[in-house]
Design a protein around this ligand. Structure first.
Ligand code: SAM
Length: 284
């Protein structure tokens, strides 16, 4: 017997519950069987795993994850989708559906017991950066994230020295990102206007460099990118709202040539600058 294609299955569930894809919520459902298997395989699941899935949608990926993992906690914002999921996934005893905005939930509070977990999701693209930050900056971080994102965002996140931006620094500070595969728009229904990429982030047990105040550190980095592609001295002066002479003195102490651009600084150089910057505040 030929099994139903994911596209047919998707259209059937939409009809059954009288649902329409809501673009505003980034609803583009995965209809490619190979990509579905690739997502699940990249997460390397076994029955000891707890998974947090963001935006289960019609539940097709959710079911695949539940077949391989111990527990799937699936957080869906759309009320109608969440209600339909309780019916379509009723045969699974290891799926917990939560009808909420993922950004309003503390990841630690989602877990039934403290312990390791993985995040797997075909993300709603309009909240990609906030979702990544939400999990990577959380007190209880996942050990791995396997997420579908827009192709250009995946490339920006994995960029190396010389091409780094706020998003690559803020992800690479917490983990090692890698593009698993590019995914064409036709793998989704309805097809989005952009192409996608599957991204896997191995989260470090501790951030790449030791800073006592992550938030403050990233405020400084963000200031460095205020006028991106400009010399770091000008960009920092503008971003921090400090006189240029003061910024030049800080850069000299940190051993950073003021003509450099923020994109070219290494993590170690940002850490050095942060040390000089905090010491200056303590001296005041
Ligand atoms: N997982 C399904 C799949 O692969 O076909 C659906 C993926 S679709 C790209 C994104 C899903 O995220 C949608 O179901 C959407 O309703 C949901 N979503 C959007 N914003 C959300 C939020 N803030 N919190 C939780 N879910 C959200």
């Amino acid at each position: 017997m030929k099994t139903e294609s994911l596209l047919t299955q998707t259209k059937r569930i939409l009809r059954r519950f009288d649902l329409k894809s809501r673009k505003r919520l980034g609803q583009h459902f995965l209809v490619d069987e190979e990509v579905l298997q690739l997502i699940a395989a990249s997460a390397e699941l076994d029955p000891s795993d707890t998974i947090v899935e963001i935006g289960p949608g019609l539940g097709i990926l959710t079911g695949e994850l539940a077949r391989r993992a111990g527990l799937v906690i699936a957080v869906e914002l759309d009320d109608k989708l969440a209600a339909s999921l309780t019916k379509t996934l009723a045969s699974f005893s290891n799926i917990n559906i939560i009808n909420q905005d993922i950004l309003r939930l503390d990841p630690a509070a989602l877990l039934p017991a403290p312990g390791p977990y993985k995040v797997v999701a075909n993300l709603p693209y309009y909240i990609t950066s906030p979702v990544l930050r939400h999990f990577l900056e959380a007190t209880v971080k996942p050990k791995r994230m396997v997420v579908m994102v827009q192709k250009e965002v995946a490339e920006a996140i994995t960029a190396g020295p010389g091409q780094r931006s706020m998003i690559s620094l803020s992800v690479q500070f917490y983990g090692k990102p890698k593009i698993v595969s590019y995914v064409p728009a036709r793998a989704f229904y309805p097809a989005p206007e952009v192409n996608s990429a599957l991204l896997r982030i191995e989260v470090y047990p501790r951030p790449l460099i030791a800073v006592t105040d992550d938030k403050g550190f990233f405020q400084l980095v963000r200031s460095g990118f205020t006028a991106s592609r400009k010399q770091i001295a000008n960009s920092l002066a503008q971003g921090l709202g400090r006189p240029k002479v003061e910024v030049l003195a800080l850069l000299e102490k940190a051993g950073i040539v003021p003509q450099r651009r923020a994109e070219t600084l290494t993590f170690e150089e940002w850490a050095q600058l942060w040390q000089v910057f905090t010491r200056r505040k303590e001296e005041k």
